[in-house]
Design a protein. Structure first.
Length: 292
């Protein structure tokens, strides 16, 4: 993708039409800008207004604080996985939860690539060490599901390792649920033009350049490969006891609100205000492969 002059322009098949995208060009192409929000069949033509978002988020974060206090008092545990393509909005969604609660009892886990020692261990071992203790919330920014997406697409695991993972992970997650951990799996789904727009933002915004990784660049031409792995992952690992909650995330504001609502609706706690929580937007949140 890098020519002799250092350009990172790539030719992409977008809806059956070949398009050229150069992430180093400071001007975002019109075909991306115009289609980004509604790409991937996103159901809204405009983002949620910031004023409405701020009001709803504040109300939901108050409920999160109440829920955390109750969890501490009763020793309950929450664990949530946030998965999705690069630039899907996982980190921001996690921040909308974590920034509201007491950080002493809430952790974000975002692991780097495994060390040599970790690579030789049972695959799930390095994740298990980060599981919540009594009264604690743990939010995984990517998880063991790297083996269902990034690893097979980029060749970091063998086909046999990938197949084995898909076979055993439901049994692993049954153990989590049986241990009475409140367990959530979120897949943040975005359209292709929206991903390209966010990659471009990362490249040209000085405050976001740290987010743009070599993996992001490598992903530019692997959209179909990731789609295939995602669909297989959900087919094999979406279960009644550990379902995939799919979030349409082209509008980060709507995505964050509905993720928090879903968590709050799934747990009981003292002083729960159902009116403040509101209703799930079924255009944004669904389960399994029904809207993919």
């Amino acid at each position: 993708m890098v020519d002799s002059e250092g350009s990172r322009a790539v030719e992409l098949d977008i809806g059956g039409k070949l398009r050229v995208f150069d992430i180093d060009d400071p001007k975002l192409p019109d075909w991306i800008d115009e289609a980004a929000l509604t790409s991937g069949n996103f159901p809204y033509k405009k983002k949620l207004k910031s004023e409405e978002y701020d009001d709803e988020l504040t109300a939901l974060q108050i409920e999160l604080v109440k829920a955390q206090i109750f969890m501490r008092q009763t020793g309950q545990r929450i664990m949530a996985l946030f998965e999705g393509r690069d630039a899907a909005g996982k980190g921001g969604s996690i921040l909308s939860i974590h920034s509201a609660v007491n950080p002493r009892y809430a952790r974000v886990v975002a692991l780097t690539k495994p060390t040599e020692t970790e690579a030789g261990q049972w695959y799930f071992q390095r994740y298990v060490t980060h599981f919540p203790t009594k009264g604690e919330m743990v939010l995984f920014d990517r998880s063991w599901y790297n083996r269902a997406g990034v690893e097979p697409v980029m060749g970091f695991c063998s086909p046999e390792e990938h197949k084995h993972f898909l076979r055993v992970v439901p049994s692993f997650e049954q153990l989590i649920v049986d241990d009475k951990i409140h367990f959530f799996k979120f897949w943040l789904n975005i359209g292709r033009e929206m991903q390209l727009k966010r990659f471009h933002d990362r490249r040209h915004d000085p405050l976001k350049t740290w987010k743009l990784s070599p993996m992001d660049i490598a992903a530019l031409t692997k959209w179909k490969d990731y789609t295939q792995m995602r669909d297989l992952m959900i087919e094999k690992t979406h279960t009644k006891f550990a379902p995939w909650t799919v979030v349409r995330a082209n509008d980060k504001r709507r995505a964050r609100l509905n993720i928090i609502r879903h968590i709050l609706m799934a747990i009981d706690y003292d002083g729960k205000d159902k009116k403040a929580i509101g209703e799930i937007d079924n255009k944004i949140l669904s389960f399994g492969a029904e809207d993919l």
